[in-house]
Every structure is written in structure tokens, then in C-alpha cells.
Design a protein around this ligand. Structure first.
Ligand code: CAA
Length: 691
């Protein structure tokens, strides 16, 4: 095939030019691809025999967007706009032939083509919002001109990948091709267009679908309200909306200008930098340096779960959701029945929201079997222990399991902090033992910490990564240390939050500061939700801590209507003067002088020690890379994506500033602030921890 360049070929078949891109893995619009498109379309236009041009891609997908790795670099080769102008102004029809995904810049290129054909499995979307961006190549102006403002708003603010059949209904795609015959069908479609002398459709000129919404401010106000909760703190959704508003109310050229200005603001801002970093970090986290991709993984076709409590139940649902049978073991019938009833209720709630059918509920429940003896776990490929956090109990279970589980089964503990090596040592097969730390609610939270023990085999780690992917989790491999990565860092924040209350900040001051930073909830609202009496007992309570005093006063959290906050009948919280008085009295009795504490100080006190702990974790090799720590905190603890996670946030603040602060605090407040030697080294030698 005649090559335009190393990623583009042009071939002419019975008057139809076929321009093929082949730039793995996803045909992103790198400088080479843009060059190939520009030159290829130009040559086809100039070729006398060519009557129409088909644009198609090799590999797994159509163009999946701009090449994100090029952002921030000096522009090379033709710009995307030049490519688009070349296509849109072509005197010969250009048809894009779509398979896989046409995303972002990819769909924007397709939208400058005069026609689009796609296989039924293809999907189209403008997912830039998920990278903290907006479609910067006319997408926000052309999309509503086909699908109308309402659908365009939904697409650009959700980033949703719309299936081809729906695209056909919306007019985003003109024809569906046979799944196996895209090229042939695209050529046929192009030939028909030529024969029927169909017009050169320029989406930019189509005012039909937007004119009804001109001046319709309510549409936009209502839409903003409908997504406000989900998009709190993010800039990109609002900027995307402003672009669609401009598309509806301004000329195409003016709208493009609005799009360009807002795109520039986003692409140069920290939110998008953080979100792009998270995109690549989510892919990096799957790579374990000493475990090659081709490592043998064992197939997991059946799972055993020990414990039908909240964790055990949630964990079981993950597997039933993807069709894997689960056996749950509980100590007695009552607990087992209760656990199974909770699972059923959860599924029914999901069905009531329309997310699954009642038939799905029954199918999934049918995959879950309850048993009363661990002896029944003798055939499963993976067994997960999810009993409460008690080392003695866990050891007993693993000791017993060793004699029951089939050879080759993976034996996992859902411990959130205990030593997996110690647990593994209870068996004669420590290489098969691993920690699989799910986060509550386990059927909802995306994170899975995979705790690699000293003796865990590579194949067991790889198999755990593989099953995590199958059940839709994002898994981070971590080492054995108290609290692993997530809870170890959480302990820092918790300690400082508790201390701050006895220095003068009120629980809601701290929660508000963290909520405004972007966390879904602050530590005290979280404690109220979990219950203040976890690990507390009336008999032994000596009123030594603030928590003791609150529990003694019957303030056990949400369940008792009051804890750090007061709750109304709808569980809506409000600050409580009684708590303020309790704190004041508690401090007075200990001769502690309370002072005013600013929001800025609260954030520093809560967040900087977390960054420091992250460095200690890296120093000890308990996380593979800095970005894995961020992935843990974003997916397990609600760190706002647009702040990139504790390590990325630390880099935004400046590691030198964090170090200076820690040194100062160590002198003023004590050794818990002593900086990690690795942080000192990073600052001194200006090391890029994300490289
Ligand atoms: N630029 C650069 N690299 C990209 C990329 C892009 N747009 N999209 C994916 N990649 C890379 C990934 O980093 C990954 O690399 P490694 O194998 O080295 O880790 C590789 O391609 C494969 O990606 P996935 O593992 O994600 O593969 P998948 O098959 O699971 O998913 C996908 C494919 C749906 C296309 C997914 O990669 C994706 O959603 N990509 C991003 C799409 C996107 O956001 N496009 C908009 C870009 S911004 C834009 O276009 C601005 C504009 O208006 C001009």
C-alpha cells in the first residue's frame, strides 16, 4: 500500500480513496497522524480519479482522541484545525468509517467528515471532561448542531461513550455497517453518495437542531442544577456547558472562539493536569515491575467468602455480578440468613433504581450459596476471609483452611491493617496467601488493595490483579505494613483532626475545610456514620478521650441521632452547641487554651502529614510508585480527582514548602512531624518522583 508516512496509507479502489491510519495503541492524533491525515486527504483531493474519500483505522479502534502525551509540548506538524479544514472543505465527500471508539478529537475529526458509518459495536463520545477538559476542536459547536443542546449537554458533561445504534438514532452516525465488513460497506456507502450526488454536508452550517433552544436560559439553568452534586468542585463540566450555550446562542465562528478560550484555560490549569495524571496513573497501577504481563494466571470460576457481615456480603456481590458462583460461610443460621437478606435487599434497591432487572436480582442471588461450615470450601478457586479484625481468629481460620482448600486455591484475607505474613505463616502454602483489602461498601467502592506478602507467588499476585479487573476494581499492589497504604495515611489525618479539636477547631470547621477541599465527607461526619462506639464499651470507659465523653453522653453517632453532630429525622446533620460545650469543658479540665484556627491551617495540619507518610511508604517500598498512592486515595477515600491525590497535591504545593512546614511543626509540636528522609532527598536533589 502506498505510504503517506509511517502511520498512514492511501489506496484508491474503484474511484474511492481509502486513507488508513495505523498508529497503535489507539490511533491518537499525534503529530504523525495529523500529518498523515493532512497530506493524505490533500493527495486524494488532487487525484483526478478519486470521487470520494474513506477514512478508516487499523487496530483496535478508530481515533481515540488527541494524543494526551503531547499536551504542554511545543506544537509540531499541522494543527488539528488545519486537518479538519482540509476535510470539511474537501470538494469530494469524506466518509469516516468507525470501529472501536471515536472519542474526543477522534469524533471531532469524524464530525468534519461529510458522512459517518460505524459498526454496531462502535461507540462515540466526547470524554474530555474526564480529563478536566472540553472538546477543543469544534466538538462543542458541531455536536449540538446534530443532536440538539440537551443531548449535547449530557454527552459533554458525562463523557459517556454512546453505542453506535444510539448514535444512528441521534444522527451522529449516518449508516451502520456489517460488524465484519466495515471497509467494504464504507466503500459501498461512499459509492452510493457519489452516484446519488448527495450533498457535502457540513455540520457547522446546520442550524436546524439548535434554533429552538436559542435564548432558552431555563434549559441551561435546569441542567446545571441537575448535575451540581455530581460535579461539585470540577471546573470542566461548567466550561463545557458554557460552550454548548455559545453554540446555541452565537454564530459558529463566535462559538469556536469561546471554545478555544475556555479550552486554553482548562488545559493550562492544575485541575486538568491532575486529571490527565490520574488517567495515566490508573493505567500504570496495573504494571508490576517484576511480574511480566505474560505471567501465568489461574482461572477463577468459583469463590468462597468467610463471613456474611457487611464486608463479606459486599465482597460476594462483586463476584455474583459477573457470573461467578460464591459460597458464603457463616457461623450460625441466623447470621447467614441476615447476611443473605442484606445482599438481596441491596440488589433489590439497585433494581428499584432501574439499574438491573428483577430477573438479574434472582440470577445473582442464585449464584450465592450459604453454608455453615468452612469444610464446604474445598473446591473453590479463591477463598476470601472477611471476619472481623482479630489476628487470633484470622490465624485459626487460615490454619483450618490450609487443611480444607484445594491445592492451588488462592487464600486471601480482607484484613485492613493486620500482618499478612503472619497470617500466611499459619499455612503450609504461604505462596498462595495474599491480602485482598476491599473498601466499604465493597460492592460499590472501586479500590482493591492487593497486599503482597513476603512469600506470595508472582502468579497469585497476577491472578489477583486479573480477577480484580474482571470484577471492575482498580487494584493497587501494596506491601505488608500496619494499615497498608490507605489506612496508614488515613491515620495521619485522623490524628491531626483529633488534635485540632483540642486546640480550638470545631469538628465542623475541620469537616467543612476538607469538604470544601473536595472530599465527600470530613472525618467527624465519617465517624458519626460509622458509629463512635466502635471499640468503645460503657463498662471500661474512663472519660479519658473526647470520644469516651461523647459516647458516655449517649452520642454514638448517626444511629443515636447525635454524635459529633446533631441529626434530624432525615439524618441531616447540624452543628450542636452541646458538643461545643463538651469540648470546652474537656479542654478546660485539662487546662488547654483553645485558639482560633484558620481553614488554611486545618488543611495543612490534616494534609501535609499525609504527604509525609506517603514518602515514608515509598522509602520502605510499600507502594510501587507515588502515583499508586494517589490511586489508592482517590478510589478508596474520595480524594478529589482534580487535586490528583496526596502525592500529586504535594507537588502542586511544592515539596520544599511541605518539608519546611514539617521541620517547623516538628520543632513546635513534636516528633510525629519529623520529615521522611526520602522527602528531604527529593527536595535536596530535585528528584521527580513521578518519572
Ligand atoms: N493519548 C495518548 N495515549 C492514549 C490515549 C490518548 N488519547 N488514549 C489511550 N492512550 C494509551 C493509554 O495510556 C494506554 O497506554 P499503555 O498501554 O502504555 O498503558 C493505551 O493507550 C491503551 O489504553 P487503555 O489501556 O485505556 O485501553 P482500553 O482499550 O482499555 O481503552 C480507550 C481504550 C477507550 C480509547 C481509552 O484509552 C480512553 O478512554 N482513552 C482516552 C480517550 C480520551 O479521553 N480522548 C480525548 C482526548 S483529549 C482530546 O481529544 C482533546 C481535543 O478536543 C482535541
Amino acid at each position: 500500500m502506498p505510504a503517506i508516512n509511517e502511520v498512514t496509507n492511501l489506496e484508491i479502489e474503484s474511484n474511492i480513496a481509502v486513507l488508513t491510519l495505523n498508529s497503535p495503541p489507539v490511533n491518537a492524533l499525534s503529530a504523525n497522524v495529523r500529518e498523515g491525515l493532512h497530506v493524505g486527504v490533500k493527495q486524494a483531493i488532487e487525484d483526478e480519479d478519486t470521487k470520494a474519500i474513506v477514512l478508516i483505522c487499523e487496530g483496535r479502534t478508530f481515533i481515540a482522541g488527541a494524543d494526551i502525551t503531547e499536551f504542554g509540548q511545543a506544537p509540531k506538524g499541522p494543527s488539528l484545525f488545519e486537518v479538519q479544514d482540509m476535510i470539511e472543505d474537501s470538494p469530494k465527500p469524506v466518509i469516516s468509517a468507525i470501529h472501536g471508539t471515536a472519542l474526543g478529537g477522534g469524533l471531532e475529526v469524524a464530525l468534519t467528515c461529510h458522512y459517518r458509518i460505524a459498526v454496531p459495536s462502535a461507540r462515540c463520545g466526547l470524554p474530555e471532561v474526564n480529563l478536566g477538559l472540553l472538546p477543543g476542536a469544534g466538538g462543542t459547536q458541531r455536536l449540538p448542531r446534530i443532536v440538539g443542546a440537551q443531548k449535547a449537554l449530557q454527552m459533554v458533561t458525562s463523557g459517556q461513550h454512546v453505542p453506535a445504534k444510539q448514535c444512528l438514532e441521534m444522527g451522529l452516525v449516518d449508516e451502520l455497517a456489517n460488524e465484519e465488513n466495515l471497509l467494504a460497506d464504507a466503500i459501498k456507502f461512499a459509492t452510493t453518495i457519489v452516484e446519488e450526488k448527495r450533498p457535502l454536508v457540513k455540520v457547522r452550517d446546520n442550524e436546524e437542531n439548535i434554533k429552538a433552544d436559542k435564548g432558552n436560559d431555563t434549559l441551561f439553568t435546569d441542567f446545571r442544577k441537575s448535575i451540581a452534586r455530581r460535579t461539585r468542585g470540577f471546573l470542566a463540566p461548567e466550561y463545557n456547558i458554557q460552550c454548548i450555550e455559545a453554540a446555541v446562542n452565537k454564530s459558529f465562528e463566535e462559538g469556536l472562539k469561546v471554545e478555544r478560550d475556555l479550552f486554553t484555560k482548562l488545559v493550562t490549569g492544575t485541575q486538568s493536569a491532575a486529571q490527565r495524571y490520574v488517567f495515566f496513573s490508573e493505567r500504570q497501577v496495573n504494571k508490576i515491575p517484576d511480574i511480566p504481563r505474560e505471567t501465568e494466571v489461574s482461572e477463577i470460576n468459583s469463590v468462597g467468602v468467610i463471613g456474611a457481615g457487611t464486608m463479606g456480603g459486599g465482597i460476594s456481590m462483586n463476584f455474583a455480578n459477573v457470573g461467578i458462583p460464591v459460597t458464603i460461610v457463616e457461623q450460625n443460621q441466623e447470621r447467614l440468613d441476615k447476611g443473605l437478606a442484606v445482599i438481596r435487599k441491596n440488589y433489590e434497591n439497585t433494581a428499584n433504581k432501574g439499574r438491573i432487572s428483577m430477573e438479574d436480582v434472582e440470577t445473582r442471588m442464585g449464584l450465592i450459596t450459604g453454608e455453615l461450615s468452612v469444610e464446604s470450601l474445598n473446591t473453590q478457586d479463591l477463598i476470601i476471609e472477611a471476619v472481623f479484625e482479630n489476628m487470633k481468629l484470622k490465624k485459626e481460620i487460615f490454619n483450618k483452611l490450609d487443611g480444607i482448600a484445594k491445592q492451588g486455591a488462592i487464600l486471601a484475607s480482607n484484613t485492613s491493617a493486620l500482618n499478612v505474613n503472619e497470617i500466611a505463616a499459619e499455612t503450609k502454602r504461604p505462596e498462595d496467601v495474599i491480602g485482598l483489602h476491599f473498601f466499604s461498601p465493597a460492592n460499590v467502592m472501586r479500590l482493591l488493595e492487593i497486599v503482597r506478602g513476603e512469600k506470595t507467588s508472582k502468579s497469585v499476585v497476577a491472578s489477583s490483579m486479573s480477577i480484580a479487573k474482571r470484577i471492575g476494581k482498580i487494584a493497587a499492589v501494596v506491601g505488608v505494613c500496619p494499615g497498608f497504604v490507605g489506612n496508614r495515611i488515613l491515620a495521619q489525618r485522623q490524628r491531626e483532626a483529633n488534635k485540632l479539636i483540642l486546640e480550638g477547631a470545631l469538628p465542623w470547621d475541620i469537616d467543612d475545610a476538607l469538604f470544601d477541599f473536595g472530599f465527600p465527607m470530613g472525618p467527624f461526619a465519617m465517624s458519626d456514620l460509622a458509629g463512635l462506639d466502635i471499640g468503645w464499651s460503657k463498662e471500661t470507659s474512663k472519660g479519658e478521650t473526647l470520644r469516651d465523653v461523647l459516647c458516655e453522653a449517649g452520642r454514638l453517632g448517626q444511629k443515636s441521632g447525635k454524635g459529633f453532630y446533631l441529626y434530624d429525622e432525615n439524618r441531616v446533620k447540624s452543628p450542636d452547641p452541646e458538643v461545643e460545650a463538651i469540648i470546652r469543658d474537656f479542654a478546660e479540665a485539662r487546662q488547654i487554651r483553645l485558639r482560633d484556627i484558620s481553614k488554611e491551617e486545618i488543611l495543612e495540619r490534616c494534609l501535609y502529614p499525609m504527604i509525609n507518610e506517603g514518602f515514608k511508604i515509598l522509602e520502605e517500598g510499600m507502594a510501587i510508585r507515588a502515583s499508586d498512592i494517589d490511586i489508592v486515595w482517590i478510589n478508596g477515600y474520595g480524594w478529589p480527582v482534580y487535586e490528583g491525590g496526596p502525592m500529586f497535591y504535594g507537588s502542586l504545593v511544592g515539596f520544599d514548602k511541605v518539608l519546611d512546614w514539617l521541620n517547623k511543626m516538628e520543632k513546635e509540636l513534636g516528633p510525629e512531624f519529623a520529615p521522611s528522609p526520602y522527602l528531604e532527598k527529593v527536595v535536596k536533589e530535585n528528584i521527580n518522583i513521578f518519572a
